[in-house]
Ligand binder design. Structure first.
Ligand code: CDP
Ligand code: MG
Length: 695
């Protein structure tokens, strides 16, 4: 009898059915599945609920679906789930849309800064916590939401902490509003808005769910007046923890060696290595690929895939794909992969024990990025990633005695960052008494006062601490750091908004230039072509414009979008520009451009007059000015801190008398990055509120 194969369409249908079945089974097997009814009942009974469960138990993907099925989206109400990270919001929304067998953006969607996939039909909405804070500016009672889930609360990002305080207030206002049939309580300035928000809608009480992977539910429960906590039993396979015998002086090199050791000596299973940021990830990725070429032909292959916050989301999704047969996947991740996202297939974890963190000096008002040891809680979360699907191994690249010295848990970010953004947001929400705000953990008084002072200097607040009109309101509306928002407003006055828009977009992404170790000279020569002797800002403008020109050329040649993209990729490679970063900067640019146009700012260019643009940079970033000292180091004027020019700056060798800078990095020394040469006299002229001397 002849044999028959299924037709293409039947084959497709079968694959589809298989995938549906697989998803149904996966969902059913999650630890959270067995407690669906209980969870929904608890949410009905309690206005605030805390849910604690090990990563991978199904909290983020399943709970919103349970609530949807449990009737929490009646009358078009929405379930909002906040994430500290963009990547988690995007990947989870995609997964849940698939589980619901629906297109992304219909029932399930996500909304993050610079990217919104939701529609009027969206009922389960994943978003970043920062985005929900912005929504509260327009709708102070968050009236479209029946439930808000604050996910990954244990991370205690600054946005999570502010959001928790705000949600507590909103919950209270909504409870009162529904009791009295109208909006009563004042949220400060926004009372009118509050009443508007309630008109025509019934303000049902807001259900609040706080979800966390770590076991410290008590602090959340205390903060919410003894709210009930539910624990979900996780499923975790044993993980062997291995330490090094000796301290490792170069953890990047140690990671590289460990990856190949695992690849050559251990059984099948993917590797997840935790690094501190994009630069480290990219340089390690190159080293791995170089070394992988030397593997004997009979050995299995290695496939590296990076994942970090500023990576464009379609590239982040690669990390979730499985490697082809006979290939080992090596995921190079930041702490994003600790709890936010679950990457399938991981059996080996490499933990160098370091993390990049924000640090803040409230006295000087300076924020910096530093690389510090992880906390015990983080190290445990990291090793846990190896035991998701079966027994695994975690290689800690430090000695066992070092583990005991780690702090138990990370200090909440709100205690170690510049609060200008937070204060500006709260002010815009009508919350005037910042020091009296009910923070879960109060930032220091000095830090709050310093940021109030900074906002007055930037013109966002009046001398009596009120939001200024229009500047303060405009700044609050822009999804940027207040200093960058101010820069755009100033630039519009200086008639060089076009240039500043490029600078702000380019500064919003990490490392535009890339210099592989083996081609250092070529990379340097390529960069020369863009360099401006005036500094890094104009250099960045030159890069951006050259890239735009390359796209324009292929557009004029009637190229299709894909061909244009390819031309840009090639251009980036030839010019040693980081294609990923440039793409991200272009996205950010188009989004902010939309914002500033809405605000009615004038999108003009200063043309060839770069000294006008440098004056504009001075007027915008006067708080970050530094003067050269006789020994060649610099002194930051606002803080009297001694700083060095970072070797990546085009001004590293020329060392002008006076500069403004945008970033402070602390390694063995304080380095300033992204500099422009300015005339010191401009400071008193353009920022008299700060530099004018009394005579
Ligand atoms: O939030 P929690 O860590 O408790 O778990 P989750 O994110 O809801 O993930 C539950 C399970 O869903 C994971 O273990 C994965 O099997 C699956 N999942 C997935 O396949 N793809 C995603 N993007 C997210 C989750
Ligand atoms: Mg989760």
């Amino acid at each position: 009898m002849p044999s028959f194969s299924a037709g293409a369409s039947t084959q497709k249908q079968q694959n589809y059915q298989r995938r549906r079945q697989q998803i149904r089974e996966q969902r059913k097997s999650l630890p959270i599945a067995s407690v669906e009814k209980r969870l929904v009942d608890e949410v009905r009974k309690n206005d605030t609920l805390i849910i604690v469960g090990e990563t991978g138990s199904g909290k983020t993907t399943q709970l919103p679906q349970f609530l949807y099925d449990g009737g929490f989206c009646q009358d078009g109400k929405v379930i909002g789930i906040t994430q500290p990270r963009r990547v988690a919001a995007v990947t989870v929304a995609k997964r849940v849309a698939e589980e619901c067998n629906d297109q992304l953006g219909k029932k399930v969607g996500y909304s993050i800064r610079f990217d919104d996939s939701t529609s009027n039909a969206t009922r389960i909405k994943y978003m970043t916590d920062g985005l929900l804070l912005r929504e509260a500016l327009l709708d102070p009672l968050l009236s479209k939401y029946s439930v808000i889930v604050v996910d990954e609360a244990h991370e205690r990002t600054v946005h999570t902490d502010v959001l928790l305080g705000l949600l507590k207030k909103v919950q209270h206002s909504r409870a009162n509003a529904s009791k009295n049939g109208k909006a009563l309580p004042s949220m400060g300035h926004s009372q009118n808005l509050t009443q508007k928000a309630c008109q025509g809608t019934r303000c049902a009480p807001l259900k609040l769910i706080i979800m966390s992977a770590s076991l410290d539910a008590k602090c959340f429960s205390d903060y919410f007046g003894g709210a009930k906590a539910v624990h979900i039993q996780g499923r975790q396979y044993p993980v062997d923890i291995l330490y090094t015998y000796q301290p490792e002086s170069d953890y990047l090199d140690a990671t590289l060696v460990t990856i190949f050791q695992i690849h050559l000596e251990e059984g099948p299973g993917d590797i997840l290595a935790f690094l501190t940021g994009q630069e480290e990830i990219e340089s390690l990725e190159r080293l791995i690929n170089e070394r992988a070429r030397l593997l004997p032909p009979e050995s299995s292959k290695i496939w590296t895939t990076p994942i970090y916050s500023s990576l464009p989301s379609e590239q982040q999704m690669n990390a979730f794909k499985s490697a082809p047969a006979g290939t080992r996947k090596v995921v190079l991740a930041t702490n994003i992969a600790e709890t936010s996202v679950t990457i399938p297939g991981i059996k080996y974890v490499i933990d160098p024990g370091m993390v990049k963190a924000r640090a803040y000096n409230p006295v000087t008002g300076m924020e910096s990025l530093i690389i510090i040891p992880v906390s015990k809680a983080q190290a445990l979360q990291r090793s846990g990633r190896a035991g998701r699907e079966g027994p695994g191994k975690c290689f800690r690249l430090f000695q066992e005695s070092e583990f005991d010295k780690l702090v138990d848990s990370t200090v909440p970010e709100i205690k170690r960052c510049n609060l200008s953004n937070v204060v500006l947001q709260l002010k815009a929400l009508g919350i005037d008494d910042i020091i009296g705000f009910d923070f879960m953990e109060k930032p220091s008084r000095t830090a709050i006062l310093k940021s109030l002072e900074q906002l007055i200097l930037l013109g966002a607040l009046t001398d009596d601490y009120k939001l200024s009109d229009p500047v303060g309101h405009q700044m609050a509306r822009l999804p940027l750091d207040p200093m960058y928002s101010k820069a755009l407003i100033v630039a519009s006055e200086f008639k060089c908004l076009e240039e500043m828009l490029i600078v702000v977009s380019m500064l919003s992404v990490e490392s535009i230039f890339f210099s592989p170790r083996e081609k250092l000279e070529e990379a340097r020569a390529a960069r020369k072509g863009f360099e401006s002797s005036e500094g890094d800002h104009i250099t960045l403008v030159n890069v951006y414009r050259a890239a735009a020109e390359c796209l324009e050329k292929s557009k004029n040649a009637n190229a299709k979008e894909r061909t244009m993209e390819k031309a840009l990729t090639r251009w980036c490679r030839e010019n040693f520009i980081n294609h990923r970063s440039l793409k991200h900067a272009r996205d950010v640019h188009s989004q902010i451009q939309g914002h500033v146009q809405q605000m009615g700012l004038n999108l003009s260019s200063c043309g060839e007059d770069m000294s006008l643009f440098r004056r504009c940079l001075t007027a915008a970033f006067f708080l970050n000015a530094a003067m050269r000292q006789p020994d060649g180091s610099y002194r930051a004027l606002a803080t009297s801190q001694s700083v060095q020019v970072h070797p990546s700056s085009v001004l590293f060798r020329t060392k002008p008398d006076c500069v403004i800078f945008n970033e402070l990095v602390r390694t063995t020394q304080n380095y300033v990055k992204n500099l422009t040469r300015i005339d010191p006299l401009w400071l008193a002229e353009l920022a008299p509120q700060y530099y004018a001397t009394e005579d």
